[in-house]
Ligand binder design. Structure first.
Ligand SMILES: C[S@@+](CC[C@H](N)C(=O)[O-])C[C@H]1O[C@@H](n2cnc3c(N)ncnc32)[C@H](O)[C@@H]1O
Length: 408
């Protein structure tokens, strides 16, 4: 082979191109890529190249893709597999999109393949789904391994754990990059040679005082900040009582009317079909009591026939705001961030807004000049879906090394 030939890659489920950019940075050439997420494809075209084909992979024949590729990469869709998705199942048809990757690998016979997925893939169906996937790749003649890598241990300012499946048909051990950074766990025998994790503050601290703005922002040092826009929804709503109600008072009142009506607590529970709930309406010790919800209140009124004394205060509900302190997650600051997800980014520590698109992109190690296209939520989605560029680059580097050894 020519000395400086670049190893060629087909990229499936490419999204905005986080994984692809990492492979390009390591020296690979992506010759064909695909996704059916319109804005992600536009982002990819703008920042990476025209080689991405927009369309549903299930409708694209292998003959339409280039031959003679060294590598196939792809983060096949993870929703069906996600541990965060309670409806994940062996039947979810997205679980079978890996078959498209299998098909392309079968037809193109790359030396290596790399697939990325969520941790949940290892445990669906008590691990049977993953065994099936692994066996399918092995049947094509690949030696297959899977490891969970934590991006923060590779210098990404984000504790994102993903399964990286690597396969090769050239008879070598599948290479995985060595960790370079320690994170806060007790798992290391020694931290010698490792750097300290990168914090959110290290990565995005300088943007804290930069006002969010849809247009590119030029900083004093002439650095241009793209996509520094953010959701300002830092509240959540819930239905709560309009008036302050004293639970002890309501409890005494209900007990009095329950006794008058000749009911026991057990009978009330039976009436409602509840197991223990009614017990809490007649209890006020250790804050274990509760006030019946409006529907239950009206039902109690039917059986106890109590007066109107507390009807208004117990049953008038209004929409209230839950403030961030109570329920919404604020980003870490002196540690790597938690996983940047495809929806609802965390709240910035200034508590005025969520992390901006740019901040999420930085935490996913996209370069500063990488511009995202689409509505706010669509941009958040492209970023949350991505493999951190730096992690992908480190994986790519160890594979390129093996490929070079094999062809030298
Ligand atoms: C986890 S994301 C991949 C992210 C990408 N590896 C990166 O690093 O930016 C999975 C992608 O698969 C795409 N996808 C899902 N089903 C597809 C299909 N039938 N054809 C083409 N792309 C599909 C989604 O649009 C999504 O962008």
């Amino acid at each position: 082979m020519k000395k400086n030939r670049r190893f060629k890659v087909i990229s499936l489920f490419s999204g905005a191109g986080g994984m692809d950019l990492g492979f390009i940075n390591a020296g690979f050439e992506i010759v064909w890529a695909n996704d059916f997420f319109k804005e992600a494809v536009e982002t990819y075209r703008k920042n990476i190249g025209e080689h991405i084909v927009y369309g549903d992979i299930t409708e694209i024949k292998s003959e339409e893709m280039p031959n003679d590729v060294d590598l196939v990469i792809g983060g096949f869709p993870c929703q069906g597999f996600s541990v965060a998705n309670t409806k994940r199942s062996v039947k979810d048809e997205r679980n079978f999109l890996y078959k498209e990757m299998l098909r392309v690998i079968k037809d193109k016979k790359p030396k290596f393949f790399v697939a990325e997925n969520v941790k949940g893939i290892l445990s669906i169906g008590k691990g049977k789904v993953f065994e099936m996937i692994k066996e399918d790749f092995e049947t094509l003649g690949y030696k297959v391994d899977a490891r969970i890598l934590n991006a923060a241990e590779y210098g990404v300012p984000q504790a994102r754990e993903r399964v990286i499946i690597i396969g090769n048909r050239i008879g070598v051990e599948n290479p995985y990059p060595k960790i370079t950074h320690w994170i806060d766990t007790k798992k290391y025998k020694s931290k010698k040679g490792l750097k300290k994790f990168v914090t959110v503050k290290d990565a995005i601290g300088y943007l804290s005082d930069v006002k969010i703005c849809a247009d590119p922002i030029v900083l004093n040092n002439n650095k241009i900040i793209y996509n520094h826009i953010a959701s300002t929804n830092v509240y959540d709503k819930f239905w709560g009582r309009k008036y302050k109600v004293n639970q002890a008072e309501i409890c005494d009142y209900l007990k009095e009317w329950r006794n008058k009506a000749g009911y026991t607590t057990k009978r009330v529970d039976e009436h409602f079909g509840y197991k223990y709930t009614a017990g809490h309406w007649f209890r006020k010790d250790n804050n274990s009591g509760s006030i019946p919800k409006p529907n239950d209140w009206w039902e109690l009124k039917k059986i106890f026939k109590f007066d109107n004394k507390y009807d208004k205060v117990v049953t008038t509900m209004i929409e209230k705001e839950i403030k961030f302190e109570q329920s919404l997650r604020i980003t870490n600051w002196d540690r790597p961030s938690d996983t940047i997800t495809a929806t609802g980014p965390e709240i910035h520590i200034d508590k005025e807004r969520r992390l901006s698109v740019r901040e999420c992109a930085i935490l996913q190690t996209f370069p500063d000049n990488f511009e995202f296209i689409g509505s706010l939520n669509v941009m958040y989605k492209q970023i949350g879906n991505a493999v951190p560029v730096l992690l992908a680059e480190k994986i790519a580097k160890v594979i390129i090394k093996k490929l070079k050894e094999e062809t030298s």
